[in-house]
Design a protein around this ligand. Structure first.
Ligand code: KIV
Ligand code: ZN
Length: 388
């Protein structure tokens, strides 16, 4: 079995479903560019049938990205699939991601369909999507609360119809790691032709277990993790990209697998997501929280000075957190400003930098040090909100 774990980023789709997190097209494009630099394998850009705005954003992102696979989400019906393809078709690597619920509770109350009808809808959807693109993913919504033999049946049928990835979501964040690993293992062992597709997992964090469940499933053979930056997403959020990636990197001795993520870009992208969505990162958030690399206790500080590995299992530099920050003030020049903005994830054009530099100087005249949060406000208000 391959040791490569694919990272499917859904910050722009499931992440945007966080209450209050909607982003405009210019913000999505900017974030998509940074996610490509971060090295995500698949970028789910949106749900084109949901709104004209989503359609537009997905198609702009699809045309812009140079190497990343761009996915569009759609329900398992022709109308949605047409919209998804309409939006994603100009991508260098387009992907259609179609889904239907598989748990009895969803079948009875939401879909009003029998299991056989759901299998048929999934097969029809995958076959129709395949007429547009080779790369088709099928998701069994509410998979973790579905009958496991039914899951194997529908995944087998989707693979036979041409799905290259089948995704097992813990849609409501209900699973427990040992149980989820058992389910993923069962699916891998009992789904017909599973060797022809990749098993993906997609977890939500309602019990605070999304990362644990994702790692548990990877441990038994899942090879794609669906994640969002900072773990933003519906309700309590999705599995956080930075946690899965850094767990695999830091504990490679126990889980010898790797991703294609350029980990040094994690912190700048985390800041950018926070700024654009307005969702602040809790200070004690693993990997990217303000306190993740802060040491308060005297004994810890003493240990750190002797050898950082006494109390740090990964270095701040490995996630792009520059510990020796340049202090920006009224004497700082354009070069230092550009370099700090780059660290924060803002790759600005010369014209944008001019705008930011003017506002930065105005502020530096009024306060001693201009901190990252100030820069982010300047960039957001001076550039991001006007860039469309
Ligand atoms: O949580 C979920 O089940 C989803 C699917 C659409 C993959 O987001
Ligand atoms: Zn989800």
């Amino acid at each position: 079995m391959s040791d490569r774990v694919y990272i499917f980023d859904t910050t722009l789709r499931d992440g945007e479903q966080s209450p209050g997190a909607s982003m405009n097209t210019a913000e999505k494009l900017r974030l998509a560019t940074q996610l490509e630099k971060l090295g995500v394998d698949v970028l789910e850009a949106g749900f084109p049938a949901a709104s004209e705005g989503d359609f537009e954003a997905v198609s702009r992102i699809a045309s812009k990205l140079e190497k990343t696979e761009v996915a569009a989400l759609c329900r398992a019906n022709k109308h949605d699939i047409d919209k998804a393809w309409g939006a994603v078709q100009h991508a260098v690597k387009p992907k259609i991601h179609t889904f239907i619920a598989t748990s009895d509770i969803h079948l009875k109350y939401k879909l009003n369909m029998t299991r056989d009808e759901v299998v048929q809808a999934a097969v029809d959807a995958v076959k129709y999507a395949k007429t547009f693109t080779e790369s088709v993913e099928f998701s069994a919504e509410d998979g973790s609360r579905s009958d496991r033999d039914f899951l194997c049946k529908i995944f087998g049928a989707a693979i036979e119809a041409g799905a290259t990835v089948v995704n097992l979501p813990d849609t409501v964040g209900y699973a427990i790691p040992s149980e989820f690993a058992e389910l993923a293992k069962y699916v891998i062992e009992h789904t017909p032709n599973m060797h022809k597709a990749i098993l993906s997992i997609h977890c939500h964090n309602d019990l605070g277990l999304a990362t644990a469940n994702t790692l548990a499933a990877i441990g038994v053979g899942a090879r794609q993790a669906e994640v969002t930056v900072n773990g933003i997403g519906e309700r309590a959020g999705n599995t956080s990209l930075e946690e899965v990636v850094m767990a695999l990197r830091t504990r490679n001795n126990y889980m010898p697998m790797h991703t294609g993520i350029v980990t040094e870009n994690i912190y700048p992208v985390s800041r950018l997501v926070s700024m654009i969505t307005g969702i602040i990162v809790q200070p004690n958030k693993a990997i990217v929280g303000a306190n993740a690399f802060a040491h308060e206790a005297g004994i810890h500080q003493d240990g750190m000075l002797k050898n950082p590995m006494t109390y740090e299992i990964m270095s701040p530099e490995s996630i792009g957190l520059n510990t020796s920050k340049l202090v920006l003030g009224k004497h700082s020049g354009r070069h230092a400003l550009r370099s700090r903005l780059k660290e924060l994830g803002y790759d600005l054009s010369d014209e944008e930098l001019n705008t930011v530099f003017t506002k930065f100087k105005e502020l530096a005249d009024k306060k001693k040090h201009v901190v990252d949060e100030d820069l982010e406000v300047i960039v957001t208000e001076g550039v991001l909100r006007t860039a469309e």
